[in-house]
Design a protein around this ligand. Sequence first.
Ligand code: ATP
Length: 214
Amino acid sequence: MDPVDSRPTPLLEVRALAFSRNEEPVFGPLEFAVDAGEALLVQGGNGSGKTTLLRVLAGLLRADSGEVAIDGNPADHHLRSRAIAYLGHLPGLKGDLTALENLEFLCGLQGRRRAQLPGPAMAMVGLGGYEDALARQLSAGQKKRLSLARLWLSPAPLWLLDEPYANLDLQGIELVNRMVQAHLRGGGAALVTTHGAYAAPPVRTKLLEMEARR
Ligand SMILES: Nc1ncnc2c1ncn2[C@@H]1O[C@H](COP(=O)(O)OP(=O)(O)OP(=O)(O)O)[C@@H](O)[C@H]1O
């Protein structure tokens, strides 16, 4: 068989992807691919477009041009919502629900991985005992941990993690790394933004360097 044909289809493939605001280019055109079992570290200084790229990939912003394929298929809204778990800067929690209710609500909305349950996921991220705490009463790091529990429960294979280490203590940073490692071992992939001088998951990693345009 032709060795080219035997290459696996990337979990994520991006071709000529470009985004601008008010006719000012923010990034692109970008080309990259991420296979199952791989992480892509998206590096760059403040304002270089890392968050914007992840929001475009998640379908929260519309690119000017280019193509995004997930598992070889054009990434329409339906495919994105099934295949992508997005961890943004804001935790996206319902403040008046308890921590556990937040996870149950999101599992109801987005489904969850088989064999994973909200209670054990809370314990895994170090929030055992906080099940009945209102989300708005959690500290910034605890909110981030709750978002990590939600990520862990998600059945989506492609993780888009925007500054996942922000607000976390050392154990939290190790937690993120362990989660990324386990996710990749299970056949998932992850894009992780970082400023560079920060932690990075100790996994098979590619680099994408972003540069500020102004
Ligand atoms: N909502 C917005 N409206 C207008 N411009 C924006 C908006 N969000 C971001 N920008 C601009 O787009 C550019 C890229 O921003 P982005 O947040 O993607 O950078 P980043 O690399 O994630 O930065 P940081 O490391 O500071 O989080 C910046 O010049 C920023 O000022």
